[in-house]
Design a protein around this ligand. Sequence first.
Ligand code: NAD
Length: 482
Amino acid sequence: MGTVWFDTTQVFIAGRWRAPEGGETLPLGDPSTGEEIGRIARGSAADIDAAVAAAREAMAGEWGRASAAERGRVLAKIGRLVTERAEALAEMEATDVGKPLKQAMADVVALARYMEFYAGAADKLMGETIPFQTGYTVYTLREPMGVTGHIVPWNYPMQIIGRSVGAALAAGNACVLKPAEEACLTALGFADLAREAGLPTGALNVVPGLGAEAGAALAGHPGIAHLSFTGSVATGAAVQAAAAKNVVPVTLELGGKSPQLVFRDADLKAALPFLVNAGIQNAGQTCSASSRILVERSRIDEVADAMATRYRALRAGPAMADLDLGPLISGRQKEIVTGYLGLASDAEVVAQGEVVGNAPEGGHYVAPRLLMGPGPDHRLAQEEIFGPVQLLLPFEDEEEAVAIANGTPYGLVASVWSDSGARQMRLARRLRAGQVFVNNYGAGGGVELPFGGVGQSGHGREKGFEALYAFTSLKTVAALHG
Ligand code: NAD
């Protein structure tokens, strides 16, 4: 797992590493082999209490008093340290999540970029003056909310920490981070780099542990002022209910069933890499994965053939082999995905990639599959599979394309492939999604671009300046001076 320079069995609270309150640990698994390669802390409600208390103290102390420029400076330094330790962080993430090394390296670059972006944004977060009745001066202040909770999943720990903790710190909050029990190493590494960069004590606290224990304790904690959650719909609904008891606002990012719409006037050559990569990146375990490829019927065979050629060349293997795909995160995730694959007949598999012969037996590998046949109402077309599975869906015209695209409970990302400017503009408005891409997909992750969903994809926006607004509380000051 590369160079791990900290003790993985500890929690990070009030600027110090220590054993969790209960002294218990959980297994640290390697998805590429299925083997246990270490232990991590099993944080408890008591650790979350201590972390929230430390964060409150930070708000009342040095961190709460830091100027916006000082906050920016420390974030910039964290970003530089992330870049200096890029190799170690990438190896850790690749081992822990099972993602190919080049993807893990791209995640390190994104984390550093989030730090850079939010470092620069910290002192540009402004209120406004509002014209009001004669004799008044009215202005708004964007104030930190206080202690923010961050529950992070296992698929992109570094990227999600970057967008959520980065924005919260820039806005002046103190954070309690609960990484996923399946993959928490880079969250711990990040905390240590923040300490090294001089982030004041208590401004960032990290408590690994089980969702039902540390996670539930954080979601229902009366001491937090905001909760940011990325993960499944069921857990998102549960954390929102827990936070609601304390009237704590929640940002939910819950994945999707994101479509790409390919029209007869699309540039297929340009589209092809995006069509496939958006489905198999991170072995399909991506909230914004494009699992539905909608194609105008006159081109469905052409698109299916072109995608099939790519699929047949895809190889899944150990993270460190750095192939197209790694394993899935866990045996449980593999069961979920193979369960879905069982819903399709052999005739419906257009093409599949392969798991390399020397992939360890115990690793959680699934060969990527391209399917066609199940209709838009089929479970394969409706439910988030969270594995390397894409479904081709033909449509007759624009009207039907929009109906299919918008016909799931989700709405995270969508893309339109077409040369017609009018169609691009029409569909950008009609597609039900938090982000719509025209003749591309994902814009390379776009740290600057507000991101989030509608419907069961969640609510609230992360990334860009929108995240800063979400992590601040707006105060209106109205002074009557005559
Ligand atoms: P999950 O939503 O249960 O876990 C995500 C995070 O929430 C983890 O840190 C976990 O410890 C925590 N958590 C779990 N139960 C909790 C609770 N009761 N209170 C507070 N926190 C809790 O997701 P999962 O079980 O790891 O994966 C299941 C499915 O979720 C996947 O198959 C996939 O469909 C979806 N998922 C989506 C994303 C995404 O990026 N949107 C990420 C991971 C998983």
